[in-house]
Design a protein around this ligand. Sequence first.
Ligand SMILES: Nc1ncnc2c1ncn2[C@@H]1O[C@H](COP(=O)(O)OP(=O)(O)OP(=O)(O)O)[C@@H](O)[C@H]1O
Length: 255
Amino acid sequence: MAGVGVRRGETQLVAGVDWRVEVDERWVVLGPNGAGKTTLLRLAGAEMHPTTGTVDVLGERLGKVDVFELRTRLGFCTAALGNRIPVDEKVLDVVVSAGYAVLGRWREQYDQLDTGRAEDLLKALGIGHLAERTFGTLSEGERKRTLISRALMTDPELLLLDEPAAGLDLGGREDLVARLTDLAADADAPTSILVTHHVEEIPPGYTHLMLMAQGGVVAQGLIDDVLTSDNLSSAFGQQLALTRADDRFFARRRA
Ligand SMILES: Nc1ncnc2c1ncn2[C@@H]1O[C@H](COP(=O)(O)OP(=O)(O)OP(=O)(O)O)[C@@H](O)[C@H]1O
């Protein structure tokens, strides 16, 4: 992204964003509510265009590329997508159908290869035993993991995760972080961008951080350089203390 701004009416959603994500990097986009994180992710996912500046995704310039074609190279995981999945959809079908860029099972027989891959992905995310269940019967954490499996189904070059741990309880969050840590360690895993509000949700193995506030970039770069108490305090507008243990991060307000 170069000089990127997005405006809707009188509202500036993001402004002045310069950002470069290289192959094999794993980025976290962190910031408070309304900071512009989802807007950045939607730009990266070719789901919106910038009002100013330029966005290149996987070497293609938004505005000049067929976004429908570009999106087949991306894995997008959002709560909005989860809400559109029919409750009676079988979990395995939710994942397999990603290959056909549709929601819902429309082809009677999927290739054996597709089914095998979907089963492997569900197993890798720890929910292989739920393949025959319907989506509506899953817990929030199981749904999130189904959606991540779905996003990975097409073997995307770029994986975009919008608040994957939102709504999960402590156990669910920890389990998801562990799965994302495994994925980050997998040499075949795609480049990824994960949006979150919470430093506790940063999986070990993620390399870079984009810290945002009020539509602008507070700091960006290697997590080890950028994730500091001072930067976090600036972004969230209060005095925060950051601690680190076992490659995980924790934040609290200073006493
Ligand atoms: N279509 C729109 N028209 C006007 N304002 C908008 C529109 N879409 C988003 N905004 C505003 O732009 C700002 C950035 O939104 P965005 O969803 O990118 O933030 P976010 O960092 O993802 O927030 P959250 O963490 O709460 O999901 C917010 O203040 C939001 O209200």
